[in-house]
Design a binder for this molecule. Structure first.
Ligand code: NAI
Length: 340
């Protein structure tokens, strides 16, 4: 069988270091993927290309699947986020971030097994910002019935396939009665009409966050609009060891891009100390996606082998510094490879 072609975007900051480490682990596990390397972000600009080159878009269109390192977005000025552009270009409307306790990674929270599903295409990320008059600016929060329906259906279907018990929507529909009101109403409708067996709950986001930090194990799937999903993902990462251990996937109808929740971490870039695990876990999600639920597929088997190896690595106390260990990026990859 010919190796599957997958687009690889190293990204900015720690992106190249963690990508290199992840590719070494995948190679050592015998994963047969024909990587098509593409640029995006500051690293593309540095090569004199567009921030999101047409060749990158064309490659994702052709191969449908990508593994992506983080891309830097300038704060308060400059180009608009490459990550948001990619999600919009390919209509990657469902972002999925599993947040679980890992063996050997002690945190103050036990039994965390959350899945965050974030609507990825609208809300305040619509990019509609105006200066009305000097000193007065506005940003428009957009919610469409089509996108609310699409993500609600996706979330309930996912919950059913994964045999999850409940979905909780965090919202602020008491204040944003139209936009958050629509998101909540549509999710409730899909629940009542199509998925009555899945427990459906909702919480006003401020109170929901308080309950979440008190005891995250009381939640199962969290369904959130774009900005809330972004913020709550990082909050939840804190329950299980931080941004170095939370993977993610962005799914559309045709394409899927797998990337860690964290950003380009400019504060530690180039030092070979970043934790490559979140990107490695994202690569495991990618392999399972390529396997299409066939547990006998070579991709599913490789995914399981890598997962078991990084679990054992952590159990043996071999960790990067963000998890209280002493290994650098490359040493952590070596430790995982030794346990494959
Ligand atoms: P960040 O996630 O890059 O970093 C936050 C903190 O977590 C930093 O102290 C960093 O050192 C640490 N950290 C992150 N990943 C780590 C890892 N793998 N190992 C060890 N420590 C890690 O968030 P920040 O600083 O807010 O954003 C930096 C840049 O990344 C910005 O330009 C932002 O726009 C971009 N970004 C890109 C994302 C993407 O490509 N999907 C997602 C989030 C942010």
């Amino acid at each position: 069988m010919a190796a599957r072609k997958v687009v690889l975007i190293e990204g900015d900051g720690i992106g190249p270091e963690i990508t290199k480490a992840v590719l070494r682990v995948l190679d050592a596990a015998g994963v047969e993927i024909d990587w098509t390397r593409c640029d995006a972000g500051i690293s593309a600009l540095d090569k004199g290309e567009e921030v999101l080159p047409a060749a990158t878009i064309a490659a994702i269109k052709e191969h449908k699947v990508a593994l992506k390192g983080p891309c830097t977005t300038p704060v308060g000025e400059g180009f608009s986020s490459v990550n948001v552009q990619l999600r919009k270009t390919f209509n990657l409307y469902a972002a999925v971030r599993p947040v679980r306790n890992l063996p050997g990674v002690e945190t103050r929270y036990k039994n965390v097994d959350l899945i965050i599903i974030r609507e990825n295409t609208e809300g305040l990320y619509s990019g509609v910002e105006n200066e009305i008059t000097p000193g007065v600016v506005m940003s428009m929060k957009v919610a469409t019935e089509k996108a609310c329906l699409r993500i609600a259906r996706w979330a309930f279907r996912f919950a059913t396939q994964r045999q999850r018990k409940s979905i909780t929507v965090f919202h602020k529909a008491n204040i944003m009665k139209l936009t958050d009101g629509l998101f909540l109403r549509v999710a409730d409708l899909i629940h009542q009409r199509d998925y009555p067996n899945i427990d459906f709950r909702s919480a006003i986001i401020d109170a929901g966050c308080m309950r979440l930090v008190q005891d995250p194990s009381q939640f199962d799937i969290l369904l959130l609009e774009n900005l809330y999903g972004d913020v709550v993902s990082d909050l939840c990462a804190g329950f299980v060891g931080g941004l170095g251990v939370v993977p993610g996937a962005n799914y559309g109808e045709e394409e899927a891009i797998f990337e860690a929740v964290h950003g380009s971490a400019p504060d530690i870039a180039g030092k070979n100390i970043a934790n490559p695990l979140a990107l490695l876990m994202s690569a495991v999600m990618l392999l399972n996606y390529l396997a299409e639920n066939d547990k006998t597929s070579i991709y599913a088997q490789a995914a399981e082998k890598i997962r078991a190896a990084y679990d054992q690595t952590l159990l043996d106390g071999a960790k990067t510094r963000d998890l209280g260990g002493e290994l650098n990026t490359e040493e952590f990859a070596d430790a995982v490879i030794a346990r494959l």
